[in-house]
Design a protein around this ligand. Structure first.
Ligand code: ARG
Ligand code: ZN
Length: 867
């Protein structure tokens, strides 16, 4: 077996170098003879010369006589080649670092190969691997090349037929089921697809079945495949799937296109889930739920991931990406679609606020640090490192902006044209923008900059008032990012509404298009100076710079008719108050607490919205905000200030909070619906504040009485926050030690909420716990990721936190490079901090980089972070 040193293979791939593949593939037939350590894969692939390909592929290094013949260059990694044939005759390909090269006829031909692979040894969880005795695959982005020799690139699309041979009760692959018998099953996928959408699952699995009738009358068999013991935890995911299928028909006119749709839950998985054609594979945390074991937040996440992967069937599978630089074509659009779905199924304003919270927490953090990159990157070393918040979440924001610019009708027309024009193709961002230009008659050349320019734009707002005219002057500036010293002005849709002093709306929401560096917009014939509500609904992924007085913010917090901006005003007040407390020791303004007190008992308002208004900006948000103002953040001081602020808030709101807590409790059997979940969120928000001032007696009572995980875990979290949960933590462990998903919560909670001085010790102790199965990504993320997300603990001035995380990254890297690389982002903000912390973090980053045989994944990430 060949095992090229990853670092020597670390070459940069550039968007500008794209060239079509030398051949087209008409058909792929695969036979799998499953064996835990020696699986045989026999492939039979029909190739034909691609008329669109450049004259000759790169033949450098080939023996002279072969250079004249057409060459077939296939990807392949960690494969043992048993034999290869072309049109039935033995072929002798030359093995290379990345696969093989073989001289081939100048006409259509059939390539056959047999390879051997070792699924048991595959701890990277990419390609064919084993999890709990079950065979399973993950091919996106470049995992198929670990299964057999193939042009493993998304622009090579073909129909696949698969035969699986193995002594296991369940044998699944993509497409429709074919022949089946003792020890084998056949599958045929009629839709041509790139290899990254290939999937195979084999194991002893139980199935939760249902069916769905499409609008045109196709009956689709639905199955969720899980371990027998989990069969009772599939109903919610199934319901979410059926709602997703109906929604995509209703809103996008997209029907499902196979006879079956299967979902498999697997415990060892590097990400959330994967949209393999007709056979989605999910991290079990994104499928399994029961009232006793899953929280409302888990249910919500399951619903959105089920929808996301299902929606990929059209945006990703039927229309895929030409190359991996176009990843946002499918991911940005599919995230946008799953956000729309959740907004429709639940509360649109609450969904928007949550989406923006996530965007700021992950994407703004990325976009304002060393890992900043465009939504469509121009180069990469390891593509797995570009499944980022920028590609996904900022990518989704770009779709939302497009829709705002062309209107809902224009958007619908453009999408219809997209599906009509590009079905069955592998496309680019140029194709995508062209359908909008053609359908809506709008020039999008300036808009396109959003795809190539990294960094979060700052939009400054100035206002003036004279003679009945209110003028808003907006100016934009995008800070420099790695490799992009110069930035050009973007098209920024800024939704604005104007309010009169009595709170009535004098100018309803209007979208201003900021296209220049600085531009003024006038509103005439007004009776009095209005209060402007700017960037309503968060109409663009920018940072608003507005030197607003507190009175205007308070006014908007009380009166804004746009729920997003009403929430945003409250958040800005809280943030300003926290920043002044940290910088000048100022005590919080009572007026904010008073307005908040009125808001939370306003029965007209959605409880979920009220819960969001009670939450303070995160520690990391505050650190970034300080950094933006040129102040070096001290994570421990931030933790303390935020805690004191919460205590002051609890004290100020006290009698009301207690009443609200009683009001918000949901009686009766648990139901995950949005209304009940919203009330429980409000109860949890009040409980966590009350716990700061009541010694924890309410939380203890709730913990003892809870019959669902939302309430049990909410109570436990409140107690862990005040450092008074020893007994409850051990009871919780005793109750749930055999449930791996609940146990992840138990681990994560302790490291995530531990007090600054105790966090590193807690994390260290938990890594010695017998249940810390570190090779399982979910468990590793719960403990190491959870700890790194506890800023005051991670940034302990001793450096113990940094050392702990670095030690574990070094240990995980040889086992699972993808997860290691992703978690190295714990260090991405290192430059924000003081000299001592910076030096400590740099030392750890350099230590990781120096680790022997460091993976290409982690090497790329750490070098970018350090650069
Ligand atoms: N396409 C999958 C999704 O968004 C994610 C695949 C992630 N792959 C990776 N190599 N990180 O649903
Ligand atoms: Zn996706």
């Amino acid at each position: 077996m060949r095992d090229a040193s990853p670092q020597s293979a670390a070459e940069t791939v550039y968007l500008k170098d794209y060239a079509p593949f030398s051949h087209l593939v008409d058909k792929v037939e695969l036979v799998f003879r499953l064996h835990p350590t020696a699986t045989r894969v026999v492939s039979r692939i029909s190739f034909r010369p691609n008329p669109a390909a450049p004259a000759k592929p790169d033949t450098e290094g080939l023996p002279q006589p072969d250079r004249e013949k057409p060459q077939l260059v296939l990807h392949g990694e960690k494969l043992k080649l048993i034999g290869a044939r072309i049109d039935g005759k033995a072929a002798s390909p030359r093995l290379t670092k990345t696969g093989l090269v073989c001289a081939v006829p100048d006409k259509p031909f059939v390539w056959e190969a047999e390879v051997e692979i070792n699924p048991s040894e595959n701890t990277a969880l990419e390609g064919l691997y084993m999890s709990n005795g079950m065979y399973c695959t993950q091919c996106e982005a470049e995992g198929f090349r670990k299964i057999t020799y193939y042009p493993d690139r998304p622009d090579v699309m073909a129909p696949f037929s698969v035969r699986i041979e193995g002594d296991l009760p369940v044998l699944l692959s993509n497409g429709n089921p074919g022949k089946k018998g003792e020890g084998f099953a056949e599958w045929h996928d009629p839709w041509k697809k790139p290899a990254y959408l290939f999937a195979l699952v084999a194991g002893d699995l139980a199935c939760h079945r249902d069916s769905f009738a499409t609008a045109s009358g196709r009956k689709v068999g639905l199955g969720i495949w899980v371990r027998e013991a989990d069969i009772g935890k599939c109903a919610f995911a199934m319901d979410a799937l059926k709602r997703s299928m109906a929604w995509d028909e209703k809103v996008y006119g997209r029907e499902y296109d196979l006879d079956v749709f299967n979902i498999v839950a697997v415990d060892d998985f590097n990400m959330g889930a994967m949209e393999n054609k007709g056979l989605n594979i999910f991290n079990s945390s994104a499928v399994l739920a029961s009232p006793e074991t899953a929280t409302d937040a888990n249910y919500e996440r399951i619903e959105s991931i089920i929808a996301h992967e299902y929606f990929h069937n059209w945006t990703g599978n039927r229309i895929t990406c030409r190359d991996w630089f176009q990843l946002c074509l499918k991911e940005g659009l599919t995230v946008y679609r799953d956000q729309q779905f959740s907004a429709d199924e639940r509360s649109a304003p609450v969904q928007r606020i949550n989406d923006v919270l996530a965007l700021r927490a992950r994407q703004f953090r990325e976009d304002n640090g060393p890992l900043a990159h465009p939504v469509r990157p121009e180069s990469f070393v390891e593509i797995n490192n570009f499944y980022t918040a920028t590609v996904y979440e900022k990518g989704a924001e770009l779709i939302g902006m497009l829709r705002r610019l062309v209107g809902a009708e224009g958007y619908a027309k453009a999408l219809d044209l997209y599906f009509k024009r590009h079905d069955g193709q592998a496309c680019t961002i140029e194709d995508w923008l062209k359908v909008f230009e053609d359908a809506c008659g709008r020039d999008l050349s300036q808009f396109k900059l959003w795809y190539s320019q990294a960094g979060t734009p700052r939009v400054k707002v100035e206002e003036s008032w004279a003679d009945g005219t209110f003028t808003l002057t907006l100016s934009q500036k995008t800070p420099t990012t790695p490799g992009q010293p110069e930035k050009r002005p973007l098209v920024i849709p800024v939704a604005v509404g104007l309010l009169a002093r009595d709170g009535s709306e004098v100018v309803p929401t209007t979208v201003l298009e900021l296209t220049e560096t600085r531009q003024s917009f006038r509103f005439k014939d007004l009776a009095e100076r209005p209060v402007a509500s700017v960037l309503r609904g968060f109409s663009a992924p920018v940072i608003l710079e507005r030197s607003h007085d507190a009175a205007d913010r308070l006014f908007l917090f009380i009166h804004d008719t746009d729920p997003f901006n009403r929430w945003e005003a409250g958040r800005a007040l809280a943030k300003d108050a926290l920043l002044s407390k940290l910088r000048y020791g100022t005590e919080p303004d009572k007026a904010y607490f008073a307005a908040l007190g009125d808001l939370i008992r306003d029965l007209e308002l959605d409880p979920a919205f009220r819960a969001l208004c009670l939450a303070l900006p995160s520690q990391d948000d505050i650190a970034q905000a300080l950094h933006d103002r040129g102040v070096v953040p001290d994570p421990v001081a931030i933790y303390r200030a935020r805690r004191e602020f919460s205590e002051a808030m609890a004290a100020a709101l006290q009698p009301r909070l207690a009443a609200l807590y009683e009001y918000a409790r949901v009686e009766g059997p648990y139901s995950p619906d949005a209304a009940s979940a919203g009330k429980r969120a409000l109860a949890a928000a009040t409980l966590s504040l009350l716990t700061l001032v009541d010694g924890g007696h309410r939380a203890r009572a709730q913990f003892d009485a809870a019959d669902n995980m939302t309430e049990q875990f909410g109570a436990l979290s409140a107690l862990v926050s005040i450092g008074s949960a020893e007994d409850e933590l051990s009871r919780f462990y005793g109750q749930w030690k055999t449930d791996r998903l609940v146990l992840d919560k138990w681990f994560g909670l302790q490291v995530g909420l531990a007090a600054p001085e105790a966090a590193a010790e807690t994390a260290k102790a938990l890594t010695q716990h017998p249940d810390f199965s570190w090779k399982t990504p979910n468990r590793f993320r719960a403990v190491i990721g959870g700890f790194a997300a506890n800023p005051a603990g991670f940034h302990d001035p001793s450096g113990a936190g940094y050392r702990l995380v670095a030690d574990w990254l070094i240990k995980l890297d040889p086992v699972n490079p993808q997860t290691t690389a992703r978690m190295s982002t714990a260090f991405e903000t290192w430059r924000r901090y003081d000299d001592d912390r910076r030096a400590l973090m740099r030392e750890e980053l350099e230590r990781i980089l120096a680790a022997k045989d460091l993976s290409r994944d982690t090497a790329e990430m750490v070098s970018r972070i350090l650069a």
